[in-house]
Each structure stands twice: as structure tokens, then as C-alpha cells.
Design a protein around this ligand. Structure first.
Ligand SMILES: Nc1ncnc2c1ncn2[C@@H]1O[C@H](COP(=O)(O)OP(=O)(O)OP(=O)(O)O)[C@@H](O)[C@H]1O
Ligand SMILES: [Mg+2]
Length: 463
């Protein structure tokens, strides 16, 4: 989705200069009740951007609120990350693509129940759910996921490559792909979230090709763990629905098969069980259905697993991309913890302090020692960054997942800071002491350090 092309630009003195143009995607989110036409907004945003000299990459744009038509319809304008390593680009260096979208509200879910319809059957776990994209419930997810190697860009590039091949009408007998991506790795590394985030991103980026998009999430566990009678019918029903969805050629469909290793469990179970033919038939039917879908341009199958060795090899072989999603590196952990801290500062739980970016803190680490206890704003920010980086190293040693990291602030507050700890008393000369809502960042850091140590002790007990 991100590319650079080189244009030859004639200059007045007749010399030819090569100008590299980077594709930069701008996403414009509209308000729920906005009624303006998308192309009107696109033109207004284009004019607004053209009036500035350079754009920072990536960033959230501001200043557009001064344009009344934009102020009344637009909620947010984001300049997305690009392959370009520069921190900003001039208008001449960019090939701007503006994507205007209005996410649907979270209530557009439709569910496929596993229930047999029998009132006495208490196993009515949902086998699948369908949601309209882009969806408000998935907003911000893409940016919240942080990986050391650029998995997110790799996945977008894969989709881009398949579009290029599809558009060129490449003969499928000679060059073919299956439209299947398999993400695997330890629990809590954001695999399911990444699939949802990618589906959301595609629905925004491909909105000029498809008028609508949908995400169908299949819960493999509830679908494949119970074999007798119902699963077969359910797989059939599901794929009939998927085929119907995909037949609407102006709609894009992402199918997420979560915890796909249950597929293999089903096959093995079927071999050992009393009705082997039923189980096998269903798994084979699923693989056959996937093969049929590969001829459709407007579908993408994403699967996740934390036990890749247990996945049916016939399924693994169909994956165009087999991507390992690792536990976060120290740098990724720093960014995850930083995003947690910035959020609770924004919400008033911790008193305001500037938290250095990863780049800044890496420089502090290289050239500076901690500034010691200091009230100077910059020194304090540097100390916060260095302590957070040390905390990130401790989390890395323990091999903590993204999921474990994101719950640390809650644990720190509950166990070590206490609700009373977030009321802070300020003393200013000549004035009575004042109570302010919010903990000092140092108190929060103490709590986090204790929570990580506690976690380490608990994990040792598990071994
Ligand atoms: N790399 C990451 N960056 C930021 N947040 C992350 C990361 N990995 C996980 N998380 C957070 O952890 C939570 C759990 O993620 P998710 O359920 O997608 O993981 P998973 O890999 O599917 O886990 P499982 O294998 O147990 O199904 C999410 O709320 C997500 O925000
Ligand atoms: Mg998952």
C-alpha cells in the first residue's frame, strides 16, 4: 500500500532531476451524524493539505477545524505511517491518497449460533459473528499494536501485491495465491487484534474499490470441537453465507478463523472417535471451500493460532503468509508501557508529565546518566523515561506478552497504589494545601515495578 515512484522533473535550466514521490495515506474519519458527501470532504481536505508546506509522518493533523465544512463533519484526520524514513515530506515528495470514512456503530453484529435450536441445549456458544467495517469498536486498534519487526506494513504490502496481480488479470493457473494469512505465536501477542485491525485498515484503504466491507469471525473452537451432527451443518451454513457475501462484488469480506488449531484437533478426534467420516468430511469441506474462495478478488482469510505445530498441514500449506508474532522486544515494551502511561495521564489518573518517546529515551540512555532527584521539568521527564526503559527490560526478561503488559497499570493501582493514592496534595507557599486528583508519576512507577516483580515470583511458581 505504500510505495515510492520516481518522476523525472524538467527544470528551467533543462537539467533533469529525479524526484522520489512517496505514497502517503491520509485517513479522514467523519462524525457519526455527518451528512456531507465524501468527495466534497476529500476535496476540502486536499485543499487544506495543499496549503501547508510539509507534512509530518505520521501525525494527527490539526488546524482543519478552521474550515467550517470540515469542522461540522470531520472528527479526526490522520497522516498514516509510510515506508519513508523521513520525519516529514514536502508536497512535491508526496503522492497523497485521501480516504474518507464513517465507521459504523458497534451494534451491527449478527451471530451464528452453535445451538441446535433445542431449548434444553445449553451449548449455544457463538460459532461466528459478522460486523460491518469500518467499525467504531475497532478504531485505534491498528495504532495501539506495536511490533519490533514491521509486521503491519508487511501485511499491507501483501494485500497490495495481490491487488496488483488481480488487476493485471494474471493467469491463475500460472501464478496463484490462496488469499490466506496465518498468524501464529505465543498467547497474548495481539494476533486476533491484528487481524481485526488489518480488516478495519483494509476497509478504509480499499473504500475507493468497495462500497462496503464486512468482517466474519469464526470461533473455530466452538465450531470444530463438537462433531456430532451439528458442526457439519453449521460449516455448510457458514460457507453458504460467506459465498453470498462474497458474491456482492462491491463488498470486501475478511474472514477471521481464530484458534485454527482446533481444526486439527477435530481431524484427530474424528480419526479416534466413533464417527470418523463425519469429522473428516467437515474438515475437508472447509479446505475445499477455502480453495473456491481463492478465485474471488474481494475476500481475505486470516487465521490465528498459538500452536502452529498442531495445525493441519493441509491448512498451513494454503497460507500465502505464515507470520510468527513474537513476544514484544524491549523497545516495543517501552512503547506499549508509554502508551499506557500517556492514556492514564490524559484521563487524570496520573498527574501530567512529559514521557519521552522511544527515540528520545534511547539518546538519554546513550549519552546521559539519570539526572538524580530533580524538580526541573526536563530532568524529571528524562528520569521517567529511563525508569520506564529499565522496567521494559525487566518485563522483557520475564517474556511478558502484550496482554500482560496492558493490564499492569490496573494491577499496580489495585495492589500497590490504592485508590487513595491517586489523590495528591500540593503545597504552595502562602496558600492552604490543595488536593488534586491524580498520582505522581513516580508513585505509579513504584507500583508498576512492584507489580512486575510480583508477576516474576508468580511465574516462577508455575514452573
Ligand atoms: N504487540 C502488541 N502491542 C500492543 N498491544 C498488544 C500487543 N500484543 C498484545 N497486545 C494487547 O493484548 C491484548 C490481547 O491481544 P490478542 O487477544 O489479540 O492476543 P492473541 O495473540 O490473539 O492471544 P491468544 O493467542 O491468547 O488468542 C489486546 O488487548 C492487545 O491490545
Ligand atoms: Mg487470539
Amino acid at each position: 500500500m505504500v510505495s515510492a515512484d520516481t518522476h523525472k522533473k524538467a527544470q528551467t535550466d533543462e537539467t533533469i532531476m529525479e524526484v522520489t514521490r512517496w505514497t502517503v495515506h491520509i485517513e479522514v474519519r467523519l462524525k457519526l451524524r455527518a451528512s456531507a458527501r465524501f468527495d466534497t470532504i476529500r476535496n476540502l481536505v486536499h485543499n487544506f493539505i495543499a496549503s501547508s508546506e510539509r507534512l509530518a509522518l505520521p501525525c494527527t493533523l490539526d488546524g482543519w477545524e478552521e474550515v467550517p465544512e470540515l469542522a461540522s463533519s470531520v472528527e479526526k484526520i490522520t497522516v498514516c505511517e509510510s515506508l519513508c524514513t523521513e520525519s516529514s515530506l514536502s508536497m512535491e515528495e508526496m503522492n497523497i491518497q485521501i480516504h474518507v470514512y464513517k465507521p459504523s456503530d458497534g451494534d451491527a453484529f449478527e451471530e451464528f449460533s452453535n445451538s441446535s435450536g433445542n431449548v434444553n441445549d445449553d451449548d449455544d456458544t457463538m460459532a461466528a459473528s459478522l460486523c460491518e467495517l469500518p467499525n467504531r469498536s475497532h478504531e485505534g486498534l491498528w495504532d495501539s499494536l506495536i511490533y519490533a519487526d514491521d509486521i503491519k506494513m508487511k501485511l499491507l504490502d501483501y494485500i497490495h501485491a495481490t491487488l496488483v496481480f488481480s488487476d493485471a488479470n494474471v493467469d491463475f493457473n500460472l501464478v496463484s495465491w490462496n488469499r490466506v494469512v496465518l498468524l501464529h505465536g505465543p498467547p497474548g501477542t495481539g494476533k486476533t487484534s491484528l487481524c481485526r485491525a488489518l480488516a478495519q485498515k483494509l476497509s478504509i484503504r480499499l473504500s475507493h474499490r468497495y462500497s462496503h466491507a464486512r468482517l466474519l469471525e469464526i470461533n473455530s473452537h466452538s465450531l470444530f470441537s463438537k462433531w456430532f451432527s451439528e458442526s457439519g451443518k453449521l460449516v455448510q451454513r457458514l460457507f453458504t453465507s460467506i459465498t453470498e457475501l462474497v458474491e456482492e462484488e462491491d463488498g470486501f469480506v475478511v474472514v477471521l478463523i481464530d484458534e485454527v488449531e482446533s481444526l486439527t484437533a477435530a481431524r484427530v478426534g474424528a480419526m479416534a472417535g466413533t464417527e470418523p467420516s463425519d469429522g473428516l468430511r467437515v474438515v475437508n469441506a472447509l479446505l475445499t471451500q477455502l480453495d473456491k474462495l481463492k478465485h474471488r478478488k474481494n475476500v481475505l482469510i486470516m487465521a490465528t493460532s498459538n500452536l502452529v505445530k498442531a495445525i493441519d498441514s493441509a491448512f498451513v500449506d494454503r497460507a500465502d503468509i505464515l507470520q510468527y508474532v513474537d513476544l514484544p522486544s524491549r523497545e516495543a515494551i517501552y512503547e506499549i508501557l508509554r502508551s499506557c502511561l500517556c492514556e492514564i495521564i490524559a484521563k487524570g489518573i496520573v498527574l501530567p508529565v512529559s514521557v519521552p518517546t522511544l527515540k528520545q529515551v534511547q539518546i538519554y540512555e546513550l549519552v546521559n546518566k539519570p539526572a538524580g532527584r530533580s524538580d526541573d521539568v526536563q530532568d524529571r521527564s528524562k528520569n521517567v523515561g529511563l525508569r520506564l526503559l529499565a522496567l521494559a527490560s525487566a518485563c522483557r526478561v520475564q517474556g511478558m506478552s502484550g496482554r500482560a503488559l496492558r493490564r499492569l497499570p490496573v494491577l499496580a493501582l489495585a495492589r500497590y497504589i490504592g485508590i487513595g493514592g491517586i489523590v495528591h496534595t500540593t503545597h504552595q507557599a502562602g496558600e492552604p494545601p490543595r488536593e488534586r486528583q491524580g498520582a505522581l508519576v513516580e508513585v505509579w512507577l513504584d507500583g508498576m515495578e512492584k507489580a512486575v516483580k510480583e508477576q516474576a515470583k508468580e511465574s516462577e511458581k508455575l514452573i
